[in-house]
Every structure is written in structure tokens, then in C-alpha cells.
Design a protein around this ligand. Structure first.
Ligand code: FES
Ligand SMILES: [Fe+2]
Length: 422
């Protein structure tokens, strides 16, 4: 098979015969039993992206990350030796959550030389060792060296911090990410430190939202009203076709064409876009990032056409690189079979002038507008899937990534269940 199969003949989907072309069951989005299996089979086995190294600016910087789907909270900390480590956020004495401030269910961040439990004052070094137990002599056969924090596998790729909750990860992070993702290396993620952050609880299964952001077939219809005047109707007439789709192991990418600032006539723009010189594709004034890594624009589309790559990193993490020099990440954190929490982060090279800042704010507001429109359909879909009136749904060639996601979820659950049975 060609490295970047382009469907000169046939379809994208037919280039991956394992996907099949039949209608797809969405019972994996409405089943409490399947969700319970996903927790163990997927979220306690896959590498999960939990933060960026820029969040740990100094030795001693830390943040907590609550992972409801795995029923735990983690501490991610840069030790005094500069290493990034992860621990379960539980005190070894009587199980208190170790690091939190006013509300035990809220994530926190800060900087520390030691972690001290609020309950009875046990202390832990940043590498997890228990270094103080209150009235140590009152315990029985006690050696505090045996009561360090419970470590979690933690590794960093391109500044993205990942954890793995498995006892022994089946693959290193690098192997897990595979060639399609790791050839993004060299993209200047570390220079894009101006961050805008959205978090929203969503009343749908996590895969329903992933589907909404991994196909653009809906865009000319659902988002038609974002476009001024008759442009929306024209967009619907034209429909949507991606530049490129590619699968690699459990991961996926879609590339689309994009608007070039200046190439779009004013009457196809909103007034605010003209004023702020910015839109969905980002600020019109773009930073010079130099040569981009080989992993971007994987279909080798004409660079004047290429607009974005949306890398869907199994299971619940997305990196979306925009041609105009910035990137987005999404996370879909399950909280039950029919709810999840969506995180959206926008990252830019820091603005130097108020005008640049406003252009970034405008891009962030535009992203939220689109996200809210997408979000609306998710609950509506979940409600009716749960009616169970219809189970199997036809997915077209532009929905190849949705087909793949549900297949990978099924495969991981099946592999887990097989192991359990043995
Ligand atoms: S529970 Fe932490 S010191 Fe007692
Ligand atoms: Fe959308």
C-alpha cells in the first residue's frame, strides 16, 4: 500500500478494508456495561495526555489532574531533579486526597518542596518518598520507606505529558504514538504559550463528541448560519470533501483545505472578522514558524490549499494544527456512559501588541461559537440513540474516522475481555 494512499480510485474507506462499509452500531455509546469495560480496557491501558511541560515551569511546580473515568486523581510534578513524575493523589496513611485546596473535587496547581497531608500531617518528597509520619513511634512494625506515594507511569513527547495507569504499559509512549503522530515532532509547540481554555460538561457519550469533531461533513449544514448572507446556502450546495484521511494503528488524521486571509472577499466575512483581522482559522497576521515538520500535511496537498490537520490520538486527545501558525487541543474525558467533560485549549505564539491580543481573543471566541453549535447536537443525538429505535447507522466516506474510532474501541474492549476470560 502506498504510504499516503490517495483514492484515485475507490474511496478512502476502501483503502482500509478492515473497516468495512456496512452501517455502524452506536450501541457502544448507550451501554453502561460497555462503558464499564471501556474504563478498564481503554482508559486504564492507553497513554493519556494530561498536560504540557510549560505548566511545570520550575522544579517543584505541580498540578493535579482528576480522571473520573479511571476513578482517580493524579499529581503531576517536576521534581527537584527536573524530572516530570506522576503519582496517585492519595495519602498512604488513611487515604485522604493529598493535594487540594478549598474544594476536594477541584484541580489545583502550584509549587512546593514537599506535599503535606492536611489530615495528620504526613509529608512526601516530590519524588514520592514518605519523609515524615506524625508520631511515627506509635505505629506497629512501621517503616515509612514502605509508604511512598503510588507512582503512575509518566512520559513526555514533544512537551506533551502522558500517563499510563496500567501496572506495566504494553508499549512505550513512543511506540504507542507511532510514526504518523511522532513525525509531527519539531513543530514549535513550546513557542505557543499563550493559551485560551474552555471546559464544558456535555450530556453525551465521549465518542459522540469525538465524531462531531472528526468529520467536517456536517460543517456546511450545522454551521451554515456562521456564514453571512447567502454564503451559507452556497456552502451547503458545495458540500465538504477532505484533502486527506489516514489511519495509523488506533490513531487517525484528517486534513482539510483552508481560508487564506485576504483571499476571501469581504462580503463572505463577518464584520467582527474584518475589524479584528481574525476568524475561525486564526489571526490573519501569522507568525513565521520556519520549515514545518514532515508529519504535517501528510497527504502532501498543495501547500496553498492545505488548511489544517486534525490528529485524533487514541483514545481521547486531539491536536489540531492550523496552517496560519497556531494549534488547538481537545480532550474528551468520560464521566459516565452518557456524559463527559470536554476541554478545548487554543495555543498561540504570545501576542506582542493589543491588536495581536484582540485577534487571538477573537479566534478563541469564534472557536467557542462553533463548539457551542456542535455541542447542541450531541445531547440531542444521545437522547435518541438511547431510545434504541435504531441501532445501525450508515457512515459515508467523509465519516471514515468515525467508523475507525468505534472499531478501535470495540477491539480494545474485546482484547480486554478475552484476557479476562483466560
Ligand atoms: S490521611 Fe494523610 S496523614 Fe492521615
Ligand atoms: Fe462543527
Amino acid at each position: 500500500m502506498a504510504k499516503y494512499p490517495k483514492p484515485a480510485e475507490g474511496t478512502w474507506t476502501q483503502h482500509y478494508p478492515q473497516l468495512g462499509t456496512e452501517p455502524v452500531s452506536y450501541s457502544d455509546c448507550i451501554s453502561p456495561e460497555f462503558y464499564e469495560a471501556e474504563r478498564k480496557a481503554i482508559f486504564e491501558r492507553a497513554w493519556l495526555q494530561v498536560g504540557r511541560v510549560e505548566q511545570l515551569t520550575r522544579n517543584g511546580s505541580y498540578f493535579t489532574r482528576d480522571i473520573a473515568v479511571a476513578n482517580t486523581s493524579l499529581i503531576i510534578v517536576r521534581g527537584l531533579d527536573g524530572e516530570v513524575r506522576a503519582f496517585h493523589n492519595i495519602c498512604r496513611h488513611r487515604g485522604n486526597k493529598l493535594v487540594w485546596q478549598d474544594y476536594p473535587r477541584e484541580e489545583v496547581s502550584g509549587s512546593a518542596r514537599q506535599f503535606v497531608c492536611k489530615y495528620h500531617g504526613w509529608k512526601y518528597d516530590l519524588d514520592g518518598a514518605c519523609v515524615f509520619a506524625q508520631q511515627e513511634g506509635e505505629f506497629f512494625d512501621f517503616d515509612k520507606a514502605n509508604f511512598g506515594l503510588v507512582p503512575v507511569h509518566c512520559d513526555v513527547w514533544a512537551g506533551f505529558i502522558f500517563v499510563n495507569l496500567d501496572r506495566e504499559p504494553r508499549q512505550s509512549l513512543h511506540e504507542f504514538l507511532g510514526a504518523m503522530i511522532t513525525t509531527m515532532e519539531g513543530y514549535p509547540f513550546d513557542e505557543m504559550t499563550q493559551r485560551f481554555f474552555y471546559r464544558a460538561p456535555v450530556g453525551s457519550n465521549w465518542k459522540i463528541y469525538m465524531d462531531a469533531f472528526q468529520e467536517f461533513y456536517h460543517a456546511p449544514v450545522l454551521h451554515a448560519r456562521q456564514l453571512p448572507g447567502t454564503i451559507g446556502a452556497m456552502a451547503q450546495e458545495l458540500g465538504f470533501e477532505a484533502l486527506h484521511y489516514q489511519l495509523d494503528g488506533p490513531h487517525r488524521v484528517v486534513s482539510t483545505s483552508g481560508q487564506r486571509p485576504g483571499a476571501v472577499p469581504d462580503d463572505a466575512l463577518k464584520q467582527s472578522e474584518i475589524v479584528f483581522r481574525s476568524g475561525l482559522f486564526g489571526p490573519w497576521e501569522t507568525p513565521d514558524l520556519g520549515a514545518l515538520p514532515a508529519g504535517l500535511n501528510p497527504g502532501r496537498a498543495d501547500p496553498d490549499q492545505w488548511g489544517l490537520d486534525s490528529f485524533q490520538i487514541w483514545p481521547n486527545f486531539v491536536i489540531l494544527i492550523w496552517q496560519p501558525g497556531w494549534y488547538l487541543t481537545y480532550h474528551y474525558w468520560p464521566t459516565s456512559y452518557n456524559t463527559h467533560v470536554f476541554d478545548g485549549n487554543l495555543y498561540f505564539v504570545p501576542s506582542k501588541t493589543p491588536r495581536e491580543r484582540l485577534a487571538r481573543e477573537h479566534a478563541a471566541a469564534t472557536f467557542k461559537e462553533y463548539g457551542l453549535q456542535d455541542g447542541n447536537t450531541l445531547e440531542a443525538t444521545q437522547i435518541m440513540l438511547e431510545s434504541r429505535v435504531v441501532d445501525r447507522f450508515p457512515l459515508n466516506d467523509q465519516e471514515i474516522l468515525c467508523r475507525h474510532l468505534h472499531q478501535v474501541a470495540a477491539e480494545w474492549v474485546e482484547a480486554y475481555q478475552k484476557e479476562l476470560a483466560q
